[in-house]
Structure formats: structure tokens, C-alpha cells
Design a protein around this ligand. Structure first.
Ligand SMILES: [Zn+2]
Length: 308
């Protein structure tokens, strides 16, 4: 396999892989679509438990009050019967007081019972409402979950297909190269095989040493080249301004690399997540060297003009 053939394969591989990575991300995000409903459900369940406890307390309270009322009624009736057998004024007054007290107690208890029964009825209604809400929400979640499962199964089937195609297209390409490419695509959420325009990596817009670019251009060369700044796989692509541009900084060497590193630009092979942010900033604010501005226009069409 020539380098050219391998690069073509890598580009195709990259397209398939990007599709698979996107599908995996979609699968990962699927459960989030019912997150809000699940949160609402747990809030409703908590609220139901609280109301249920209040409901039971209220039920017990009504029972106790009714018990108290029965006792007060019995006390009054007993006193009323005693009235028949009294012989002295003193006895009369004592029993009369007993009857009055019991009657007053009965009246108070009846009021309390009425009040508590109203509260009890309200709680019962709320409980039913909450219960209905929970049932509806559970049904909704169940429906959505089945839809999610279906979508997930579809996406997983597509992923399996893509994996098969990946295996086919990548036959004969070193595992380490595939591994690096996959890492780039996952980390940078984008392309891992990019063209060099002039001496600029169109992935990160950094200027590459001229002799390094010459190596990439060399058709005889059979190795895959990685950008020392963003680790993307590089291939050379002719542009109108490329050669003129190359002439300008022909003297560029590895010394340039050192300069950039000191400015705090990306280190080769660095893997932290900041890298991506940094790189996005770079797109908006390309490196300050005036000579690098010329070739920073991102070229998206490389995947179309693959045929030579
Ligand atoms: Zn680069």
C-alpha cells in the first residue's frame, strides 16, 4: 500500500469513525431526554409520602376525637341517670355540674371532629390527585423509555455495521495509527486527517518546519506523519498560494517549533481537555505570527477531492 492509498483509506476510515462516534454520543444522550420527567416523578413520590403521613395522622386524630366524644356522652348519660336518685341540694349541684361539663366537652369535641374531618377530606383529595399524577407520569416515562430503547437498538445496529466497515477499510493499517486517529477524532470532535497547505497544518493552523513538510510531500516516503502540535495525520495538498508561501519561510526549521512551545502553544501529544478549548480559540484568533495568517482558511473540501 502506498502512502497515498493509505491516506485515502484513513480518510474513509475517519468518515465512518466520525459517524460511529456521533452515534455513540447520541446513545449516551438518549436517557437525558427523560431526565426531567424522572426528576418530577421523584418529587411527586416524595410529596405523596409526606401527604400520606399527614393523612394517616389525621385519620388517627379523628378516631381519637370520636373516642373522646363517646366517653363524654357516656359520662353525661351516667350523670343524667344519677339525677333521678338524688336527695340533697348538694348532690344535685355536683351532678348538675358534671352534666354541664360533659355537655361542654361534647360540644367542643364535635367542633374539633368537624374541623379535622374537613382537613382529612382535603388530604384525601390531594393524595388522590398526586397518585393520579404519579400514574400518568410513570406511563409517560414508560412510553418514552420504550421509544428510547428502540432508538438505541437502531443506533447500535448502525454502529455494528460501521464497525464492520471500519475493520474492512482499515485492514493493513497499523493499529497504533488507527488508535491515534480515533483518539484525535474523539478528543477534537472532528477531523483527524487534515491537509497541509503551504507549510501550515489546517487542523491547528500552526506553521510546520519546511523540511518536515518536504518529507510529507515526498511521494517516495511511506510513513504516516502526525502534526507535532495537534497530533492530526497530515497529507500534502497543493494550493494556489502554497508554493509562494513556502518560499517565504523556506528557512523555517525545527527552531520554530521551540519558539512556539515557549509561547505556550499546544505541546505535541498533549491530551487534556483544555487542548480542545485552546484550539477553538486558535480558530478565532490564529497564532499571532503575521506569516501564518495567509494560510489559516480552513479547507473542508479535502474529503471530496480525494481522487487523484
Ligand atoms: Zn496541527
Amino acid at each position: 500500500m502506498t502512502t497515498m492509498e493509505m491516506l485515502e483509506k484513513l480518510k474513509t476510515y475517519q468518515e465512518i469513525l466520525s459517524e460511529r462516534v456521533a452515534l455513540e454520543e447520541e446513545i449516551h444522550l438518549l436517557p437525558k431526554t427523560i431526565e426531567a420527567q424522572n426528576e418530577m416523578l421523584s418529587r411527586l413520590k416524595k410529596s405523596f409520602a409526606e401527604k400520606d403521613e399527614a393523612f394517616r395522622k389525621s385519620e388517627q386524630l379523628v378516631k381519637n376525637l370520636r373516642q373522646g366524644l363517646t366517653e363524654a356522652e357516656m359520662a353525661r348519660e351516667k350523670a343524667e341517670k344519677q339525677m333521678d336518685g338524688i336527695t340533697t341540694q348538694r348532690e344535685y349541684e355536683a351532678i348538675n355540674k358534671e352534666i354541664r361539663d360533659a355537655t361542654e366537652k361534647e360540644q367542643n369535641l364535635r367542633k374539633d371532629i368537624q374541623q379535622e374531618e374537613r382537613a382529612f377530606a382535603e388530604l384525601e383529595e390531594e393524595l388522590q390527585k398526586t397518585d393520579g399524577g404519579i400514574a400518568m407520569l410513570e406511563q409517560e416515562i414508560q412510553d418514552k423509555s420504550s421509544a428510547i430503547d428502540e432508538q438505541k437498538a437502531e443506533k447500535e445496529a448502525s454502529i455494528a455495521n460501521l464497525r464492520t466497515r471500519e475493520a474492512e477499510i482499515s485492514e493493513g493499517i497499523g493499529k497504533d495509527i488507527l488508535f491515534k486517529l480515533e483518539r484525535i477524532i474523539r478528543n477534537k470532535k472532528g477531523v483527524g486527517v487534515v491537509p497541509v497547505h503551504g507549510v501550515v497544518c489546517t487542523g491547528c493552523h500552526m506553521i510546520l518546519p519546511a523540511n518536515f513538510v518536504n518529507e510529507i510531500r515526498d511521494a517516495e516516503n511511506s510513513s504516516v506523519h502526525f502534526c507535532p502540535y495537534c497530533s492530526r495525520i497530515l497529507f500534502y495538498e497543493e494550493t494556489d498560494e502554497g508554493s509562494e508561501f513556502l518560499g517565504e519561510i523556506e528557512s523555517g526549521s525545527l527552531a520554530d517549533l521551540a519558539d512556539y512551545s515557549e509561547e505556550g502553544e499546544e505541546e505535541p501529544d498533549s491530551e487534556d481537555d483544555d487542548e480542545q478549548d485552546k484550539e477553538e480559540q486558535e480558530k478565532d484568533f490564529p497564532p499571532r505570527k503575521p506569516s501564518s495568517r495567509k494560510a489559516v482558511f480552513p479547507r473542508e473540501e479535502f474529503s471530496d477531492d480525494g481522487e487523484e
